[in-house]
Ligand binder design. Sequence first.
Ligand code: GCU
Length: 615
Amino acid sequence: MMKIDRRSLLSSAALAFAAPWPALAQTAPAPAPAVMSLLHARAKTALSGVWRYILDPYDVAARKPRQRRSFWLDERETPGGPLIEYEWSSAPEITLPCDWNTAIPELMWYDGPVYFHRVFQAEARPGLRRHLVFEAVNYRAAVWLNGEEIATHEGGFTPFSVDVTDALRAGDNWIVVRADSRHHPAGLPSVDFDWKNYGGVTRPIWLVETPDTYIEDAFVRLEGEAIRVDMRLAGAAPGGQAVRIAAPELGLILRGRTDAEGRAALTARAPQRLRLWSPERPTLYDVALSAGADVVHEQIGFRRIETRGRTLLLNGEALFLRGVAMHEETIGENPTRAVSEADAIALLETAKALGCNFVRLAHYPHAAHVARAADRLGVLLWAEIPVYWEDVAYGDPTTLALARAMMTELVVRDRNRASVILWSVANETPPTPARTGFLRTVIDDVRRLDPTRLVTAALDKNVDIGGARDGDSRISVQDELGADLDVIAMNQYEAWYSRRSPGDIFDEVTFSTVYDKPLVMSEFGADALAGHRGARSERWTEDYQAWLFEETLRCVDRDGFAGVCPWLLKDFRSPRRWHGRFQQMWNRKGVISERGVRKQAFDVLRAYYQRKAGG
Ligand code: GCU
């Protein structure tokens, strides 16, 4: 039986689909990182491209193996012989990565398991290790290599890897991936969420090569006046290895040696010549990380993000977050989940055209190249895991283990990205003891993995605090979880989900929080069908959406918010949006349509951000 790499076990902390998975002990350390933290910096062979697929809508292969649908076997090596009823060599083709919903029109509404198969060449590479890396499979994955199961993973938006050095053959290798898009009550998200559930191998697949002993993870950052590096080696001999970190432009060289566990922690005073990263000046430095034969280069921006009372500070200066939220979905007539680097840049450039210095990557980890592009473009980011709404099984230890694994995979993948300033642990969750205990465990993990960033969560408002007069709403965030957060974020939809008449939000509503911490309005908005015009009091029109933006932004200024993040940049697919004239399974709160057509609210927001930027 193939040795399953501990990382893929840890990263699939909540089981895929076999025997119950022992939940991680409450006090267990956060799961170990995977090799993905340096994936972009490594020599790798793309396994993306043309694969073949078989649908298994009744899940027969996993439930009834005696019926000889062992799709993980190649027919040339299948014990069922001529009795089997499948043949990979004649199965239909599909190009990965993709979501099958938009790649194959007949599968727009398919939600279940699909098996993917391809053959690839490998040659013997003595002294090197090879790792299979999946950047994302939505929602649960299983992987077989040459007929042996080598990895399982749950979670549609974070990477997983497995060391296949001993399983690869010289010459032909065949790989089968099962992607099962179905969500379940103990999953994340659970079974109800306001976006299209795009199924598939939705991000690239790689065969990564490393030396026998290699740098599994390196966290490089500015902490106070010091540059700190935490390194972890893995492979044949991680302990007692000499390590070296060099930043030539800074005249900086750090040297050390790993301990018995393969870890090294190095620090040096930050040089005077260091130019701090900021949206206005996104300075990145080449940092060479080496350990024995392994050398990888990271592009690092050094900056500080802190809070002081109600104020956010970037590099010691007050910061107002001119934000917008976005789902991971391309701009175009037939938007897809598989967002290429070019697609990601198009989305971020649209946000910059709005005058944004900040983007909320909702409601799950976006592709790794988004934060790398934001590092270069100078866009601050909020990153989050899909602990979303009240349906999450907050009392289930496997769900907690899954949340911890997802958060660890996200933080370890992106903690070298200067653009990421906020880790968010949840969106609109009920203030129950089970939810608060659940999230406090996740927050503890985040603070252990990354003491340099701020922690937040998009909280629900507690309406009408303090004897509001009729229609006079004092909307305040009082959620006990706020005590554990650095930044208080509030989602509110006054004059869209409230009964409020389209009068003046500004005169009727005040927003506040009981915490002396920065308050960000992490969502507000209204649906508007692009091109549908009318009175400013007429719901579903661009005019109404623009009016609501104007009124709400006046409140943002009046009530001392440290930032605002309208919901959201672009209309997106959602099976929860049923209005026959204005939605047709699209959530239309974008300031641009799915095709990129700008609505009136785009201009309102851009004008506001120009004023906030002092333009
Ligand atoms: C919700 C949620 C979003 C959703 C939005 C809306 O509160 O956070 O995921 O799309 O508000 O209702 O449009």
